[in-house]
Design a protein around this ligand. Structure first.
Ligand SMILES: N[C@@H](CCC(=O)N[C@@H](CS)C(=O)NCC(=O)O)C(=O)O
Length: 222
């Protein structure tokens, strides 16, 4: 299988961590432009990473990429698949909520980096970037109520743990948010961040230029 990724992408990092944790063979293709170039749209019409190409098919978005990777992993190793016995719907909801929160998080940061501001009369009545950050905070509270002392599933490192840790660690390197003060999430992130699969996928620093555009020489800038 072939994984197309950007170094800084927290969504792509989830896939890279799962591949490493499970010792799966994959050819990694780093995209150094941001946003990904035009020809990437042939792989994913949404223009996003990660994309997993396997058996002539192109898999996206992230939830599907993670599902395909986990379907190739031996059960019982590190990150269990969605579908813990009897809690399939809750597992699926947890992962979907974490990934949707990730969308809000990156949309918030992109809006700031792009210097987006009012260009006309506000007929909506709220600031979309601020609303996205509020969504992130309330979702972190919701997740904190559901995480246990051993993460989202006792006894294993779950895909939900991996997904949330990748998003939190992205904010640590790309623009901090007030995520601390939630002991369950803090404990989970500190347990995972030192694992070899996480250390091997730490995002390189990125730089924004003065005009707000990402520097072309900043590979994997998200
Ligand atoms: N909901 C998407 C999120 C993926 C995403 O936002 N990827 C970012 C990098 S972190 C991206 O590729 N952005 C390129 C763009 O916005 O055109 C998914 O699950 O695949």
């Amino acid at each position: 299988m072939d994984l197309h990724y950007i170094d800084g992408s927290p969504f792509a990092r989830m896939a890279r961590v799962l591949i490493l944790e499970h010792g799966l063979r994959a050819d990694l293709h780093e995209i150094t432009a941001f946003p990904p170039p035009e020809d990437h749209l042939a792989l994913n019409p949404l223009g996003h990473v990660p994309v997993l190409a396997d058996g002539g098919e192109s898999f996206f978005p992230t939830s599907i990429v993670l599902d395909v990777i986990l379907s190739k992993a031996r059960p019982g190793v590190v990150a269990a698949a969605v579908g813990w016995a009897g809690t399939e719907r809750q597992d699926a909801q947890l992962l979907a909520v974490i990934l949707t929160m990730g969308d809000a998080l990156v949309a918030h940061h992109y809006a700031l980096w792009a210097g987006v501001g009012p260009v006309g009369v506000d007929r909506l009545g709220f600031d979309p970037a601020a609303r996205n950050m509020r969504r992130v905070r309330t979702t972190l509270d919701w997740l904190e109520e559901r995480i246990g002392p051993e993460g989202f599933h006792p006894g294993i490192i779950s895909v939900q743990d991996v997904a949330l840790a990748c998003l939190i660690l992205w904010t640590e390197s790309r623009g901090e948010i007030a995520w601390r003060g939630r002991p369950g999430i803090e404990a989970m992130v500190s347990r995972l961040e030192g694992r070899p699969a996480f250390l091997a996928t730490v995002p390189r620093p990125h730089r924004l230029n003065e005009s707000g555009a990402l520097r072309p020489e900043a590979p994997g800038a998200t």
